[in-house]
Design a binder for this molecule. Structure first.
Ligand code: PAD
Ligand code: ZN
Ligand code: ZN
Length: 375
């Protein structure tokens, strides 16, 4: 019996308040409105950005259904939707591509003004929510919300992908992989022969390493306080691994000594202000480029010596790897299918939705790279 046009009752991981575990609840998912699509989620990765909401480092309203790195199948479409149909394999996009705003119409950026990243409203573009639980409205996360069996997204926040793609792998293209890989290739535009430093070796940082390697970097220095991450970093292309805890002096000085004048490109892929400044300071004084990929913790500020920029360094940020999401995600999936890059080494654990709290414990204790929840 078709579920189109009807409310679907299904299982979801609801976060009722900050710093609490997820509760597995039965939620009601309303049918998609005009220009919206309802999706059956098949697989979703756990990203540190989800955890940032739990700790308050990324401020979002509660209660909320988190999750933004997923792949699924279209269940039904709302009025006016012509580019998706039931059964299509899709990846939700936490940065939409509306095709109408200044960013989407121009050529210089990828941050569509319809993203919920800045406002943090936790609602669909029309200002309402499609989820209820125990009579309460539940917020959306970045227009995606994937820790649920069914979700609703706006059609501008969805990419149709190859029907042969393995959803339990390509879900990583919805965030972690694309973010890191694109930070190196799209935002920094790393050139052959360059030296790079990557701070933070989670799923995103390791994907930066893959991007630097594909770009032909001759030296890729991986930095992490958890040395257990080094083996995988080397496997994916790091030439050197450095643990700041092994040194008395500040890490940027260590990196400058290792490279002579500092690296050509550095990436902060942790989400800490001290490492953002260290990453800036470790790049070459005149033409070094430092990219902030880690989400800046809410309410924290950076004080730094402007001489670091005066001499010519550039400091940039990168959201979703600089990719225009709707255009790029199907291509990245095609590249994966054509074996241009791997995703398997990033997936260290596979669990079910009901084991979500275990998945977050693995991330917090540094034991996992990516946990994929399969439905
Ligand atoms: P992760 O927690 O899996 O990896 C972070 C790594 O940093 C871990 O290996 C830690 O051991 C390491 N680390 C922690 N503290 C330090 C320190 N002081 N010095 C060196 N290393 C340290 O996270 P992730 O890979 O899922 O995400 C990384 C960041 O990127 C995080 O802030 C996340 O929110 C952000 C992100 N940004 C975007 C974007 O579009 N810009 C997308 C996805 C994730
Ligand atoms: Zn993410
Ligand atoms: Zn737009």
């Amino acid at each position: 019996m078709s579920t189109a046009g009807k409310v679907i009752k299904c299982k979801a991981a609801v976060l009722w308040e900050a710093n609490k575990p997820f509760s597995i609840e039965e939620v009601e998912v309303a049918p998609p409105k005009e220009h919206e699509v309802r999706i059956k989620i098949m697989a979703t990765g756990i990203c540190r950005s989800d955890d940032h909401v739990i700790t308050g480092a990324l401020v979002m309203p509660f209660p909320i259904i988190l999750g933004h790195e997923a792949a699924g199948v279209v269940e039904s479409v709302g009025q006016g939707v012509t580019s998706f149909k039931p059964g299509d394999k899709v990846i939700p996009l936490f940065i939409p591509q509306c095709g109408e705003c200044k960013s989407c119409l121009g050529t210089k950026g990828n941050l569509c003004s319809n993203t919920d990243l800045a406002s943090g409203a936790g609602l669909m573009p029309d200002g309402t929510t499609r989820f209820t639980c125990k009579g309460k409205a539940i917020h959306h996360f970045l227009g995606t919300s994937t820790f649920t069996e069914y979700t609703v997204v706006h059609e501008s926040a969805l990419a149709k992908i190859d029907s042969a793609a393995p959803l339990e792998k390509v879900c990583l293209i919805g965030c972690g992989f694309s973010t890191g890989y694109g930070a190196a290739l799209q935002t920094a535009k790393v050139e052959p022969g360059s030296t790079c430093a990557v701070f933070g070796l989670g799923g995103v940082g390791l994907s930066v390493i893959m991007g630097c390697k594909v770009a032909g970097a001759s030296r890729i220095i991986a930095v992490d306080i958890n040395s257990d991450k080094f083996a995988k970093a080397k496997e994916l292309g790091a030439t050197d691994c450095v643990n700041p805890k092994d040194f008395q002096k500040p890490i940027h000085e260590v990196l400058i000594e290792m490279t002579g004048q500092g690296v050509d490109y550095s990436f902060e892929v942790i989400g800490r202000t001290d490492t953002m400044t260290a990453a800036l300071a470790c790049c070459q004084y005149n033409y070094g480029v430092s990219v902030i990929v880690g989400v800046p913790p809410a309410a924290e500020k950076i004080t730094f010596d402007p001489m670091l920029l005066f001499t010519g360094r550039s400091w940039k940020g990168s959201v979703f790897g600089g990719w225009r999401s709707k255009d790029s995600v199907p291509k990245l999936v095609a590249d994966y299918m054509n074996k241009k890059f791997v995703l398997d080494p990033l997936i260290t654990h596979t669990l079910t939705l009901t084991q979500i709290n275990e998945g977050f414990d693995l991330l917090r204790t540094g034991k996992s790279i990516r946990t994929v929840l399969k439905f």
